[in-house]
Write a protein that binds this ligand. Structure first.
Ligand code: NDP
Length: 363
């Protein structure tokens, strides 16, 4: 059985007189800091001396360097990008931690894949909002609330669970519910929705566009029908409100018949995609993806793949249609720079992988 927690399960009084330190003041941190303060808790911010720090000061928080924040606070929200966490942890956090401090992550990634190993004398907690940073604040203010994944990785103080629930409530993470998971579960689910679901969804959106194009329909009309009209936005909202199956019954009868009968036809062919999705989840679970991403070659591969994605035929088609419909567009061609001479020299190692990419041409 999954443990699900609500606000009534948390006791904020255990945080009275406790200084809470936010490490970083970006998307998540700002919203969480403001929510904690609105609950009457004492919050300070640790950041480098730059725009983010100025923002924290303008919001009225006392600010310090990261090491000074670690020294002053008993609870630390570690809210900087996952990619740089292990370096910052080693140099600016670990040496200053005290017995029974609590360190909170909003993503399980670094702990799950062994990139950070915290000392045994601290509590290590997970409070991972299923919500973007701005939404954490907005849904707190409008009382709609959001869901969170929460969990204890290490309980040195013997009070980790009570701290977890109080802090989850403090950031607004129990208003809808806190679902208990391990760090590994959170990390795998997060990576899997990025790698197993979203790309399959993008392919499934692009494929009918190519089919209709080959059949001679006008580009503008195709893109309008499949994506640009925003009809999908309402279907997605209906999925959230009513359920994946139930949303079909809110469509006109002809659409219901068409959707249900063709859904059956697609059930078996989709197994091919599911095979790849299974490989993807296995690769994430056994730490293969984390290893791949941490390696230098993956960063280089990423650079090439991003460059090529900005120049595939589909990107050009979208750019042209959006221009002709006077819709806002991002000029990826401008934004994603050409790989440098140095990158190109090193590309041998990743060439095989790049050859699988649609429209790949030798650099
Ligand atoms: P941001 O990208 O918004 O973090 C920016 C903060 O990180 C700034 O304060 C910045 O300060 C600091 N930072 C960047 N580089 C460094 C550095 N080298 N040394 C020290 N500080 C640095 O992060 P998010 O809020 O997006 O993500 C934070 C955590 O929340 C991550 O674990 C993420 O996975 C998780 N999360 C994020 C969600 C989201 O919607 N964004 C949703 C759920 C979880 P400065 O540059 O001044 O140093």
């Amino acid at each position: 059985m999954t443990n699900i927690y609500k606000e009534k399960d948390a006791d904020l009084s255990i945080l009275e007189g406790v200084t809470i330190g936010m490490i970083g003041y970006g998307n998540q941190s700002r919203s969480q800091a403001l929510n904690l303060r609105d609950h009457g808790l004492t919050v300070i911010v640790g950041n480098r001396n730059d725009e983010y720090k100025k923002r924290a000061q303008a919001d009225g928080f006392p600010t310090y360097s990261i090491p000074d924040t670690v020294k002053k606070a008993r609870v630390l929200f570690f809210l900087i990008p996952d990619e740089i966490m292990s370096k910052v942890f080693k140099k600016q956090i670990k040496p200053y931690l005290k017995k029974h401090d609590a360190l909170i992550f909003a993503s399980g990634y670094n702990i799950a894949f062994g990139l950070i190993t915290p000392p045994e004398f601290i509590d290590v907690l997970l409070i991972a909002p299923r919500m973007i940073g701005i939404g954490v604040r907005e849904t707190f203010l409008n009382k709609e609330g959001y869901f969170s994944f929460i969990g204890v990785h290490q309980d040195a103080s013997g009070e980790a669970k009570q701290k977890l629930l109080a802090l989850s409530k403090g950031v607004g993470g129990l208003t809808r519910a806190g679902i208990e998971v391990t760090f590994k579960e959170e990390a795998v689910l997060d990576l899997y929705s990025e790698q197993g679901f979203s790309p399959a969804f993008s392919q499934i959106m692009m494929r009918p566009i190519s089919i209709l194009k080959e059949a001679g329909y006008p580009d503008e009309a195709i893109l309008m029908e499949i994506v640009l009209s925003g009809k999908m936005k309402y279907i997605f909202k209906s999925i959230i409100d009513n359920g994946i199956i139930n949303q079909i019954f809110y469509l006109p009868e002809r659409a219901q018949y068409g959707a249900l009968s063709r859904c059956l036809r697609l059930r078996h062919p989709i197994e091919k995609i599911a095979e790849i999705q299974r490989e993807i989840v296995d690769h994430i679970e056994n730490g293969g993806f984390a290893k791949e991403w941490e390696a230098f070659t993956a960063k280089l591969k990423f650079k090439f793949i991003k460059f090529m994605a900005s120049r595939v035929g589909f990107a050009k088609l979208e750019k042209r249609v959006r221009e002709s419909l006077k819709m806002p567009e991002v000029d990826l061609w401008e934004e994603v720079p050409y790989p440098t001479e140095g990158d190109i020299k090193k590309k041998k190692e990743i060439l095989e992988e790049l050859r699988k990419f649609q429209g790949f041409k030798e650099f």
